[in-house]
Design a protein around this ligand. Structure first.
Ligand SMILES: Nc1ncnc2c1ncn2[C@@H]1O[C@H](COP(=O)(O)OP(=O)(O)OP(=O)(O)O)[C@@H](O)[C@H]1O
Length: 288
């Protein structure tokens, strides 16, 4: 269990990137959902002990992380948002190199760990290729392989699915779900479906603050019977935006279709629809 209490971080430029964040994060996949600039990376870096909070506490399985960073680092696997530039060495060699850095000094054990991770991440066939030649999805899977070296108990992945095609995204998320069976995995993302599809628990954040946290299904249930949909013309869109709580607008067959939050049917053109996590997200962001 990872426990954050009243965390705060203000950068030198005055941005309050983490604003009194408290969260309890159990074993399993935990989605941290927020728009660009919400503070997700700041929070991830702080938990990963790459930067200090100004105040607040972080405990992982009872260990005070602020007082004993080394204890957390021994149990941490981290895939940052920008996973660097890759030298022209093979995945096998590079992972072996990372394994040495991670302290896997026994040759036989290291070989076993490296090979197992290349299998797990489905890179075995491509293990002799330079990581520099990998596709985006393969790189991210390689990133997860390096994050899993040393059997971490806490795995942090920062916006890992951005830029992946649907196939690779699914493959990557399945891998994360598998890993999340035994350890705490924090998945930071601005993609709502990443969270709906596979996180039993989540928090939405914006402007450094937690807007809501809990099970996605529980959050969705709070909007039941209050989300309405209709097609509109471009001119009507502006009008509805004025007089209704428009959650989202998307083009369907070239025509805007809007989701509106309201206690009762706004007008006869609307039909009630089952809410989803995106409706929750947009409602929360409006209020943030
Ligand atoms: N080192 C820094 N110095 C000053 N301001 C920073 C620094 N890092 C982040 N910020 C600011 O803090 C806020 C939160 O940024 P952060 O990168 O944590 O958000 P994010 O949710 O991860 O968004 P993104 O997906 O765009 O990275 C932003 O306003 C950002 O400009």
């Amino acid at each position: 269990m990872l426990s954050l209490k009243q965390l705060n971080k203000t950068y030198d430029n005055g941005v309050h990137a983490i604003d009194h964040i408290s969260l309890e994060i159990p074993t399993g996949l935990f989605g941290l959902l927020g728009p660009n600039g919400a503070g997700k990376s700041s929070l991830m870096r702080t938990i990963a002990t790459l930067q200090d909070a100004d105040s607040g506490t972080i405990h992982f399985n009872g260990v005070d992380v602020v007082a004993d960073k080394a204890a957390l680092r021994r149990q941490l696997g981290y895939l940052p948002q920008d996973f660097g530039v890759y030298p022209k060495v093979s995945a096998l060699e590079l992972l072996n190199h990372f394994a040495i850095l991670k302290g896997l000094t026994h040759r036989g054990e290291r070989k076993e760990a490296v090979e197992a991770l290349l299998q797990l991440t489905n890179l075995w066939e491509a293990r002799k290729r330079a990581v520099a030649s990998y596709s985006g999805g393969m790189r991210q899977r390689f990133g997860i392989a390096q994050a899993l070296l040393g059997a971490p108990k806490l795995v942090i992945v920062d916006e890992p699915t951005a830029g992946l095609d649907p196939d690779e995204r699914n493959r990557f998320l399945n891998l994360l779900a598998h890993i999340g069976e035994n350890v705490v995995v924090i998945l930071s993302t601005h993609i709502v479906e990443d969270v709906t599809d596979l996180c039993p628990r989540m928090a939405m954040i914006a402007k450094g603050r937690v807007l809501i946290e809990g099970a996605p299904q529980a959050a969705i249930a709070t909007l039941r019977d209050r989300v309405w949909r209709r097609s509109v013309s471009d001119g009507e869109l502006a009008e509805y935006q004025q007089r209704c709580t428009v959650l989202s607008s998307r083009l369907v067959g070239g025509r805007p279709q809007i989701n509106v939050y309201a206690d009762s049917q706004p007008d006869e053109g609307f039909r009630r629809v089952e809410p989803d996590l995106e409706d929750v997200y947009f409602l929360q962001l409006r209020a943030a």
